[in-house]
Ligand binder design. Structure first.
Ligand code: FES
Length: 76
């Protein structure tokens, strides 16, 4: 298990999971005011874009979690 931070809250997750799946569970499929959440789940629609660390344009469905990851879901 590793710790990631979503909108300032700490979550313990398995280290091999995709961030989009974690967000789907944590945020009930709504990532923020501008993102609808997982739609295609394969990197095409960009509906799952979030800010990760200093990068504000990351597709969460294509990103594996890593220790200390800082995620902001309503950054757009
Ligand atoms: S859900 Fe479509 S790009 Fe991530």
């Amino acid at each position: 298990m590793i710790t990631i931070y979503i909108d300032g809250s700490a979550y313990e997750v398995n280290e091999d999971v995709i961030l989009g799946h974690v967000l789907h569970e944590v945020k009930s499929a709504k990532f923020g005011s501008s993102c609808r959440g997982l739609f295609c789940g394969m990197g095409i629609c960009f509906e799952c874009v979030v800010k990760i660390d200093d990068d504000s344009n990351r597709r969460s469905c294509m990103t594996k979690v890593y220790p200390g990851m800082q995620v902001k879901t309503n950054s757009l």
